[in-house]
Design a protein around this ligand. Structure first.
Ligand code: HH2
Length: 277
């Protein structure tokens, strides 16, 4: 429960992506108009989204940072209207404390901080004071440079250690443990092998004791593995989502909600079925 909106994680849930940006890697420009954005959010809820994640700053490799004023201008009217129109919790994808504060005032329940509280020293307190949910995501570097030459010892151990340390920081600032979600940050400062390893060994993040969020949707590691362009990665994403669910993901962040909801429900149905012998 965060800010009056409940997200039960007894089975895998689906987070629908809404990018109000001109330049997101797969849907940039499509939902920049507030009316189109709100309509898409309603469609995703209709299709089975359990959370809507709204972002106004692209984090694709090479992306330029967006000034605070511009991020607020794109984001806040859409957050306010989506929160008014849907019953599911709304999460906001931002690394800026001032943006988070206004988004929470506009009705958001969760802050999805892809910097895991590292980009803005004021973020941890803003989230804690509001009693908001918090996604802490691992990344190496920043979007501008992160794909240049990512290196790890053991990628799973390194990500687990980072997430553990960021959880302590969030707790010290006053966030309740049960408000925190953890994300290995697929594609954020990781090469193909790092991404495949994290998915194959996702269950090794379970000892952290918090639900794991995974975002694979349309990402370039699928393109690399299958030699497919951005618009042609649905089946690759379906396979990656299926593996993530089997390896214990609590929440999957996707663009194609209707299709991925079926994948999640089917995998959950098999995984929880009592197999007669
Ligand atoms: N991926 C993207 C953005 N935000 N947040 C979390 N927690 N996990 C993710 O994997 C994640 C994220 C990138 O995808 P998208 O929003 O579609 O693209 P862009 O950053 O270009 O807007």
């Amino acid at each position: 429960m965060a800010r009056g909106r409940r997200l039960a994680l007894d089975r895998t849930r689906v987070m629908g992506v809404l990018n109000v940006t001109p330049d997101s890697f797969s849907d940039g420009g499509r939902y920049l108009e507030p009316d189109a954005a709100v309509k898409h959010a309603l469609e995703m809820v209709e299709d089975g989204a359990d959370v809507i994640d709204i972002g106004a700053e692209s984090s694709r490799p090479g992306a330029e940072p967006v000034p605070e004023e511009e991020e607020l201008r794109r984001l806040i009217p859409v957050v306010r209207e989506v929160c008014r129109r849907v019953a599911v919790p709304v999460s906001v994808d931002t690394t800026k404390a001032a943006v988070a504060r206004q988004a929470l005032d506009a009705g958001a329940a969760i802050i999805n901080d892809i910097s895991a509280l590292q980009a803005d020293p004021a973020m941890a307190a803003v989230v804690a004071e509001a009693g908001a949910g918090l996604v802490l995501m691992h990344r190496q570097g920043t979007p501008k440079t992160m794909q240049q030459d990512p290196r790890y010892g053991d990628v799973v151990a390194d990500v687990r250690e980072f997430l553990y340390e960021r959880m302590q920081t969030a707790a010290q600032a006053g966030s309740a443990a049960d408000h925190i979600l953890l994300d290995p940050g697929i594609g954020f400062g990781k090469n193909l092998s790092h991404n495949l390893t994290l998915l194959a060994r996702l269950d090794e993040l379970r000892p952290l004791g918090r639900p794991i969020l995974v975002g694979v949707s349309r990402k370039s590691f699928i393109g690399e593995a299958l030699d497919r362009k951005t618009g042609d990665r649905l089946m690759g994403a379906a396979a990656a989502v299926a593996v993530a669910v089997l390896r214990g993901a609590g929440l999957v962040r996707v663009h194609d909600v209707r299709a991925m909801k079926d994948v999640v429900r089917m995998v959950d149905a098999i995984a929880t079925h009592n197999t007669p012998r």
